[in-house]
Design a protein around this ligand. Structure first.
Ligand SMILES: Nc1ncnc2c1ncn2[C@@H]1O[C@H](COP(=O)(O)OP(=O)(O)OP(=O)(O)O)[C@@H](O)[C@H]1O
Ligand SMILES: Nc1nc2c(ncn2[C@@H]2O[C@H](COP(=O)(O)O)[C@@H](O)[C@H]2O)c(=O)[nH]1
Length: 220
């Protein structure tokens, strides 16, 4: 049986971005249900909760004053203003999860992704951009979701083009037409990324073991 070092690996930072309504939350939730090695980075936000959203699970819903405090105390890995509200990634839970070799998934916008890229964490990042099959479907998904006012939906649709313009800054681009197909593609990406050589710190030790074994056999 191979030594356990062969299985040790650095956790991934799996970043999901898209225009609002393309489906990143849906895909993220499915992955979290299916794969116990993946944990969610729960963001802090000044936006009010949507019906059914739970504090501490979907977001940490905080006041603008509390958010500013988090920024000043360097408690956020990245933060940005999106659709008029502030959003940010609490630093400590992410660092803790990566230390334990878990993968962390982030539902953040392009500004946050750029900030993570310019930090020391860049080598751990896997950036995935989700596109809708059409602009009409984006709008109908936001309407069908039924959680935002018409005004909010109009605001998000108005920003869709500028969000989409960042697609080329990502490692992978998925067009979320058929949900089952997109989800299968997402799982394939995660599976492959876990095998990247630079994420497998135990591999050198394992290979040294193979060499030693070969030398020992030759000596016998
Ligand atoms: N492939 C799909 N086909 C049809 N509907 C979909 C598909 N993927 C997601 N949806 C639906 O579209 C709506 C928007 O999806 P979701 O909330 O995941 O988007 P989002 O990108 O996270 O948006 P936001 O940035 O506003 O949080 C949801 O009601 C979801 O069920
Ligand atoms: N830069 C960051 N962007 C974030 C974070 N959490 C969420 N988001 C992005 O905001 C919009 C709107 O989200 P919604 O829940 O109000 O629909 C969406 O693009 C998210 O990806 C964050 O911590 N940092």
């Amino acid at each position: 049986m191979p030594h356990k070092s062969v299985h040790s690996r650095r956790g991934l930072m799996l970043v999901m971005s898209s225009p609002s309504g393309a489906g990143k939350t849906t895909l993220t939730r499915r992955l979290l249900e299916d794969d116990k090695d993946v944990v969610m980075s729960v963001s802090a936000t000044t936006r009010p909760p949507r019906p059914g959203e739970v504090d501490g699970k979907d977001y940490y819903f905080v006041s603008p004053e509390r958010f500013n405090e988090m920024v000043e105390n360097d408690r956020l890995l990245e933060y940005a203003t999106v659709f008029g509200n502030k959003y940010g990634t609490p630093r400590e839970p992410v660092e803790q999860a990566l230390l334990w070799g878990r993968d962390v998934i982030f539902d953040i916008d392009w500004q946050g992704t750029q900030q993570l890229m310019s930090s020391s964490k860049a080598i751990d990042l896997v950036r995935i951009f989700i596109l809708p099959p059409s602009i009409a479907s984006l709008e109908s998904r936001l309407k069908k979701r039924g959680q935002d006012s018409e005004e909010t939906i109009a605001g998000r649709m108005a920003k869709a083009e500028s969000e989409i313009s960042h697609w080329a800054e990502y490692d992978y681009v998925l067009v979320n037409d058929d949900l089952e197909e997109t989800y299968a593609d997402l799982k394939a990406i995660v599976r492959a990324e876990r095998y990247r050589r630079e994420r497998r710190p135990g591999m050198s030790e394992f290979v040294r073991g193979l060499m030693d074994e070969r030398a020992n056999r030759e000596a016998e």
